[in-house]
Design a protein around this ligand. Structure first.
Ligand SMILES: [Zn+2]
Length: 173
């Protein structure tokens, strides 16, 4: 009898938890860590995020100050090239309340410098919930290209897609 009552209590609690829902993390997101980078590399990543925020009319990604209590958290780390796929520039794992972005060390070699913004923006697009776009010339195309070769329209439509993705998921305002 006791056992049965315990089971009932547990079920009710679980149901209540599901019913209340966990509070979804809110945007603008907050970058809480930049791990493993040299100072110069970290500065390049920050500059890419500044550039993204400048293109948006209000910041999408905060990188300084304290994260607000339910901010969507982004971790960014420096990663040695993936042995199975050494041409991979970045890898993003996304969850409801946090996103982990790994950037390949290859990206910071001098001959690839023009790709940093493209890769950082692309991976942050994944954090926002965007998937790959089959259309060449878009930021979410699966293969990175030089940032300077994106048209202004492509940059604008990427920011718009990012915003739409966030609002469609109701991740805060
Ligand atoms: Zn991708």
């Amino acid at each position: 009898m006791w056992q049965l009552r315990n089971v009932v209590v547990v079920l009710v609690l679980s149901f209540l938890l599901v019913g209340c829902g966990t509070q979804r993390a809110a945007w603008p997101a907050h970058v809480v860590s930049l791990d493993g980078f040299t100072e110069a590399e970290a500065q390049e990543v920050r500059a890419s995020i500044d550039k993204l925020n400048a293109q948006a009319d209000k910041p999408l990604i905060e990188i300084s100050g304290e994260a607000s209590q339910n901010a969507y958290l982004i971790h960014i780390d420096r990663h040695e090239p993936w042995p199975d796929d050494p041409m991979t520039a970045g890898l993003t794992t996304r969850e409801d309340d946090l996103c982990s972005v790994s950037l390949s060390t290859e990206l910071f070699k001098s001959d690839r410098e023009g790709y940093v913004d493209s890769v950082v923006w692309h991976e942050l697009g994944h954090c926002a919930g965007l998937t790959h776009n089959p259309k060449q010339g878009t930021m979410m195309f699966a293969t990175a290209k030089l940032f300077t070769t994106f048209t202004n329209e492509a940059l604008k439509s990427f920011i718009q897609d990012m915003r739409n993705s966030l609002s469609s998921e109701a991740l805060g305002q």
